[in-house]
Write a protein of this length. Structure first.
Length: 202
């Protein structure tokens, strides 16, 4: 989870993971926020939440790569992506782990999402295609797996690398394309996350 000046939503995002049905370690990369993430989170178990504060703001791609470095160093099997203003449903992580375990050919598992506004009010549902071939065929025109819903095999990230900083604001799209050249990617046909649209977002 990359976080930059997300003090209004960060705790809700983190709590949606700590309150989930599948235990997981949370890595938060503080991209030199005006209010340090450690101050927003407060007292926490370092075995459950690890905060990496960067000395200067480098943008989301750079922050996510810093997080991936720590995750891959620590030998995790799967990497779940989430933005600091989104809300994972309690069984999101459990269902994605189970899906990847049952489908060894899939490298990235996303899911459907419910879109909310800055105040948490419902806007719309987004149900993207689930079939790997349909997703691959449409990558020329649209990403079709929403980035904050991704769960990726760590072994795949070790192979293809992290986010390229050459594609600002499209680092996720480029990384998914790089993965999909070699592996199948899919969506789980369930709503497992609230995706927040904010006035400062892209």
């Amino acid at each position: 989870m990359a976080a930059y000046n997300a003090e209004k939503t960060l705790l809700q995002a983190v709590n949606s993971l700590t309150g989930g049905t599948y235990p997981c370690k949370i890595y938060i990369v503080d991209d030199c926020s005006r209010v340090p993430v450690a101050d927003v989170i407060g007292a926490h178990d370092p075995a459950q939440i690890e905060i990496v504060r960067l000395p200067k703001n480098g943008g989301p791609g750079n922050a996510r790569n810093a997080g991936l470095k720590r995750i891959l160093e620590n030998g995790h099997e799967f990497v779940a992506i989430m933005d600091a203003d989104d809300i994972s449903y309690p069984d999101r992580i459990e269902k994605q782990v189970a899906f990847l375990a049952a489908h060894p050919n899939i490298a990235v598992a996303g899911c459907w999402e419910r879109v909310i506004d800055e105040n948490g009010e419902f806007i719309s549902y987004v149900a993207l295609p689930c079939d790997p071939q349909e997703i691959r065929n449409n990558l020329f025109v649209k990403m079709f797996i929403s980035h904050p819903t991704w769960m990726v095999r760590a072994s795949v990230l070790r192979e293809v690398g992290g986010y390229s900083l050459k594609y600002y604001a499209a680092e996720d799209y480029e990384l998914l394309r790089r993965i999909a050249v070699r592996y199948d990617v899919a969506n789980i046909p369930e709503y497992l996350i609230d995706y927040r649209i904010s006035s400062g977002g892209m």
